[in-house]
Design a protein around this ligand. Structure first.
Ligand code: SF4
Length: 298
């Protein structure tokens, strides 16, 4: 029986379990900061054209983290924002990263014109490690996607996906469960049919639950105080949580994970070496990670 008792922030903090960093496998970069060319109504980072909570990372800022991460055994690198391709150095950053390991870019697809996609496909073909893309889409029609991601975005996202595919890249389509039927069998079937219409015979789909923080808290409401983790939850270990194997680099230092970048207490240090210790899961978003088994990785 789950504990549904409410808690003050102090109580939640004192009873929160700690998650150890098992190994630093995945290094994330908030590469465009919190700046985006969209202002999606479910964005847990509240990214938008005017959100400068975090600014873009330059290639020169990223290289020391690639070096440090490599020495610490990082196996793969992820880039998110905001919209990564708003970063004017994004392609150079990818080229450099691919000297260290596999890379994945999470993008809204709007800046994926045919020329850029051909260039990215050449990079993917010629580099030592794999280069992968995730494109976000929140409905299988304009009527369902556009209220979340913005007017006209459905067609523009499909164009970006199509440009990647025509260049020889098969992106993972990331769908947030903003509607009950997005994650149902019928919903997934509709997404697969949509991708088939683009000629994609081997569709790749990743579903994510919503996190009720940032813009999503304004859209559907914030977490209830009982939605939190407690030491008494004791699942055996917390190794199923992505924060047991990842850290997130921003322009202001290193955060515990990609989800809490707007939370001041999510910051763990300036360098990766400062962030190898355990983290207290006081935040309600941690409850979603545990209950839904979320990983932002592909
Ligand atoms: S939000 Fe999720 S990934 Fe981040 S610290 Fe909490 S449990 Fe870990």
């Amino acid at each position: 029986m789950p504990d549904l008792s409410p808690a003050t922030p102090a109580e939640a903090s004192s009873t929160a379990p700690w998650v150890e960093l098992r190994s630093l496998d995945t290094l994330w970069f908030q590469v465009s900061g919190t700046v985006c060319n969209l202002a999606c109504t479910h964005c847990f980072v509240s990214s938008s054209p005017t959100n400068h909570t975090h600014e873009a990372l330059s290639l020169a800022e990223i290289v020391p983290y690639l070096e440090e991460g490599s020495a610490l055994g990082v196996k793969e690198y992820y880039f998110t924002g905001g919209e990564p391709f708003l970063n004017p150095e994004m392609e150079q950053i990818l080229e450099k990263t691919l000297e260290y390991g596999p890379a994945t870019v999470l993008t809204n697809g709007l800046l994926l014109n045919p020329d850029r996609c051909r260039k990215l496909a050449r990079m993917a073909r010629d580099c030592r490690y794999s280069l992968d893309f995730r494109v976000s889409l929140d409905g299988y029609s304009a009527a369902t996607n556009d209220p979340i991601r913005g007017a006209g975005t459905f067609e523009r996202i499909l164009a970006g996906i199509s440009n990647l595919f025509k260049a020889g890249l098969n992106p993972v389509i990331t769908v947030t469960e903003v509607y009950d039927d997005n994650g149902s069998i019928e919903g997934k079937t509709r997404f697969f049919a949509l991708l088939a219409e683009l000629g994609i015979e081997k569709p790749r789909l990743k579903m994510l639950p919503v996190f009720r923080i940032g813009a999503e808290a304004e859209r559907t409401g914030a977490y209830e105080s009982w939605q939190r983790l407690r030491t008494s939850d004791k699942p055996g270990s917390w190794d199923h949580l992505q924060c047991s194997s990842c850290r997130m680099v921003t322009d202001q230092g290193v955060w515990v994970c990609p989800i809490l970048v707007n939370e001041p207490d999510g910051k763990m240090g300036a360098e990766l070496a400062d962030t190898l210790n355990a983290f207290a899961m006081t935040h309600s978003a941690c409850w979603t990670c545990h209950v839904y088994g979320v990983s932002c990785k592909t």
